[in-house]
Design a protein around this ligand. Structure first.
Ligand code: ZN
Ligand code: ZN
Length: 137
């Protein structure tokens, strides 16, 4: 399967080859700031499976682990297209809302559920981790 997507203005486009490693929601405070709302939804793919065209601007900030999370956004329209946590080398977290057809993916779990605000709670039936999943999963 190939999925396509891009930023709001269309300067940055991408293709994802194959099946995502996982799809999840993140309720951490940095994702609130990034998205301007209560949570992020990310599609984790191998970096090698992501073909980007156009130029992104990077913003790095340490995550909870202390390792940087690099968020890459279109400098023209500001859409964050992908994030790369240093502690998950080789994985690209594509922002699900940038897919041309976001209905192609289904979140499997939520992380940082303990930080979800009352007006944006995880839906019933979704596996929710209070913080990150235990190591070894
Ligand atoms: Zn753009
Ligand atoms: Zn987050």
């Amino acid at each position: 399967m190939t999925m396509t997507g891009g930023c709001l203005c269309g300067t940055v486009r991408y293709e994802i080859e194959g099946t995502p490693q996982f799809v999840g929601r993140c309720y951490c405070n940095d994702c609130k700031k990034e998205t301007g709302t209560g949570h992020n939804t990310v599609v984790a793919v191998a970096d090698a499976a992501l073909r980007l065209t156009g130029t992104l601007t990077d913003f790095a900030r340490p995550g909870d682990s202390g390792a940087d999370v690099v968020r890459s956004f279109c400098p023209k329209c500001g859409t964050t297209v992908v994030g790369r946590p240093a502690r998950m080398a080789g994985v690209a977290m594509v922002r699900a809302g940038t897919l041309d057809d976001p209905s192609l993916v289904t979140p499997m779990a939520a992380v940082y559920g303990s930080r979800a605000v009352h007006w944006d709670q995880p839906p019933a039936g979704l596996q929710v981790f209070p913080e990150t999943p235990p190591r070894g999963n």
